[in-house]
Write a protein that binds this ligand. Sequence first.
Ligand SMILES: [Zn+2]
Length: 181
Amino acid sequence: MNRRNALWCLCGIGLAGLTRGVLAKTTLSSIPMKQHEIAMRAAIAMAAQNQSYPFGAVITNANSGVIVARGVNKTFENPLLHGEISTINNYVAQYGNKNWADLILYTTGEPCPMCMSALVWTGIGGVVYGSSIEAIKKSGIDAFIFTAKQINQGSNFSQTQLLGGVLEPECDSLFMNRKRS
Ligand SMILES: [Zn+2]
């Protein structure tokens, strides 16, 4: 396990106890790593649907671990449809705009500022990612300089819990071996 795998970013837990952006009953650190990895494997499976931009994501119920929505980068359809946005849209289409505090989004790549802002706006309970923005950049994909943590901390109204580096080697290899045209 490398340093990043051990890195828990429990942003906003203190203050966020009073805000909507915290898991109602569960914290990311109380969930077994195995459960995080099962969800991340499902996000990796979604990423296979876009071999050029392998950003796959799933949303799970934080308490049961059950996957409730899946998505993949569809920027060939709409430039805003990053994997996270697709997955948020798929969740809302099925369940409506509710229960966000009980949900966790898993994504193969660290959310960009657009997606991280969107995730904060939803009030989702937690966000877990595999590859860092640095690794994504190394694969030749354009990325903003801001980390997900910086965007999360830039909100003074609601923050979510963040955890990076879950199945990082597998996610990194998705990006490094992506189809380049
Ligand atoms: Zn994004």
